[in-house]
Design a protein. Structure first.
Length: 82
């Protein structure tokens, strides 16, 4: 049960960090999830992930999935595309 709580807690923290303002626009959630260092730079360079659209989609994608396993260590900029 403790492991299940930790996974749920990690999902919640990642979702909070993905919220478009203020953390999502700099890609802080992607650092937390273990993405490559260039991904947050893309978020910053594209004016907050194209004015907050990418972090908002990340936020929705993280909350809609039962686990965040597929998003951990994902080096794609569009992490929700398979």
């Amino acid at each position: 049960m403790n492991t299940k709580f930790k996974k749920k807690n990690k999902k919640l923290v990642a979702a909070i960090l993905a919220f478009p303002f203020p953390f999502g626009i700099v890609g802080l959630h992607r650092i937390y999830l273990g993405s490559a260092p260039f991904v947050p730079i893309v978020y910053i360079g594209s004016l907050g992930g194209v004015f907050g659209i990418l972090p908002l989609i990340d936020f929705i994608a993280i909350l809609s999935q039962p686990t965040i396993e597929e998003y951990l260590d994902n080096d794609k900029v569009f992490m929700w595309i398979k």
